[in-house]
Write a protein of this length. Sequence first.
Length: 237
Amino acid sequence: MRASCIYAVCMPAAPSASALARKADPKPLPAAERVYAHIKEAVLDRRYEGGTLLTEGDLAEAVGVSRTPVREALLRLEVEGLIKLYPKKGALVLAVSAQEISDVVETRLLVEEFAARKAVPAPAQLIARLAQLLEEQRELAEAGDLAAVSVKDRCFHAEIVKNAGNEILSRLYDQLRDRQLRMGVAVMEAHPGRIAANITEHGELLDAIRAGDAEGAAQVVRRHVSRVKVLVRGDDR
């Protein structure tokens, strides 16, 4: 099993009527959007690793388009901070920096600890959704799809943030999505044992929320998220 798009939003498993209608009457994406999706997915799931030089010609051939939409897609990705354009040479996939790791972890802690406390007392709908996401993550881990596991991992945390009811925090958290997914895949590739550990810690977080233990949930989040910084930087002992 493979996620159709690594940077997809977190949605329930059951498709909506509008989604079914789109599936029945599919419309091809514009060329630039197809190039953008191709590059971004490859960068986030690390098929294009940091330091890889991408050329317009190779990308155009890979997606089956002209170079014009490739340039448009590359400009968009440069604005998002995933690549750096070099005239007449190509686009360099930017590696995740130590500063970026630190910034992402600090921001996640600020948002997610607050959201974990706000989750208590938890509505039955949140508990059910978290349990569903946790089971889906287990299934994807068994299938060995790291990109999809990273998506479900992020969806689990995003569901708790969304439940806090603060739209400003939710939008801020959404801005971290691409960086979270890329770091998540990096951690799982370098530390395969972390996949099972993540699932265990998600279970602990769900148990704390279900039990009405706000401080316990916040402590699990702090331990869980802080570990990302250590693992991505390669400082694990």
